[in-house]
Design a protein around this ligand. Structure first.
Ligand SMILES: NC(=O)c1ccc[n+]([C@@H]2O[C@H](COP(=O)([O-])OP(=O)(O)OC[C@H]3O[C@@H](n4cnc5c(N)ncnc54)[C@H](OP(=O)(O)O)[C@@H]3O)[C@@H](O)[C@H]2O)c1
Length: 216
């Protein structure tokens, strides 16, 4: 799959690492092109077989089948609006956690979610999927916590788009959990607000925990 990741920070590194493990072609693009180029150079050592990684400019969005917004929520919404029809037909993955600075509250109104706001800002035909918001960046780099593959919860109104994201997830060695419609992003964002707040508690988990469903 041709994947473009917008952003060159911690989550771009984590998701690109898993995408390369899955044999995908990754282009990194960001507001600081030199930072994206440095990350691509660093990750290129992990690109085996058909996998490849490079840095690109804004035009890297055009050939992508799947675009990941690895930027803060407000920037993701703005970029989605400004890219407009260039995202039509593509899978647009929202990974954001719209939390306030104290990790006490969501900054989106009750009854909606960052993913739904991004979908509202997107041009018609953009297939918005929520994924990766409950996986901390460091855990994505290793792909596991305590020897168990991470769960990646996937929400979206377009079933083939959810399946495409699930394919990225499973090819990268993770476990895909399809939770259905995009409105379930509300629960995923609320769950991760709690998960993030727990990191700050006295016996916090050091941003090394993950959210997982365990079944017999
Ligand atoms: N970190 C986690 O463990 C984690 C887990 C799940 C979800 N998330 C979500 O993932 C997203 C990215 O988080 P991160 O931890 O990767 O953050 P990060 O390390 O700070 O990286 C953010 C990236 O976004 C770019 N950026 C910031 N503002 C921008 C703007 N206005 N326009 C374009 N690009 C902009 C930054 O560029 P510069 O460096 O040049 O400023 C950087 O490349 C966030 O929405 C976050 O809620 C994070």
């Amino acid at each position: 799959m041709r994947i473009t990741i917008i952003g060159a920070g911690n989550m771009a590194r984590g998701i690109a690492t898993r995408a390369l493990a899955g044999g995908h072609t990754v282009t990194l693009t960001g507001k600081d092109p030199a930072k994206a180029a440095r990350l691509a150079e660093e990750l290129s050592a992990q690109a085996a077989g058909d996998a490849a990684v490079r840095a690109g400019d804004d035009s890297a969005v055009d050939p992508a089948e799947l675009v990941v917004m690895a930027v803060p929520f407000a920037a993701a919404k703005e970029l989605t609006a400004s890219l407009g029809a260039r995202l039509s037909g593509k899978v647009l993955v929202d990974i954001s956690n719209p939390v306030d600075a104290s990790l006490e509250a969501l900054v989106v109104a009750p009854g909606t979610s960052a993913a739904e706001e991004i979908a509202g800002a997107a041009a018609p035909g953009t297939r918005v999927v929520k994924a990766f918001n409950t996986t901390f960046a460091t855990t994505l780099v290793t792909g596991q916590v305590g020897g168990t593959a991470l769960d990646v919860f996937i929400a979206g109104d377009d079933e083939p788009a959810r399946k495409q994201v699930a394919q990225l997830v499973t090819s990268g060695g993770l476990h895909a959990v399809d939770v259905g419609a995009l409105r379930h992003a509300r629960e995923l964002e609320g769950l991760q607000l709690l998960h993030m707040a727990l990191q700050l508690s006295e016996d916090g988990y050091g941003w090394a925990s993950t959210v997982k469903i365990v079944a017999p």
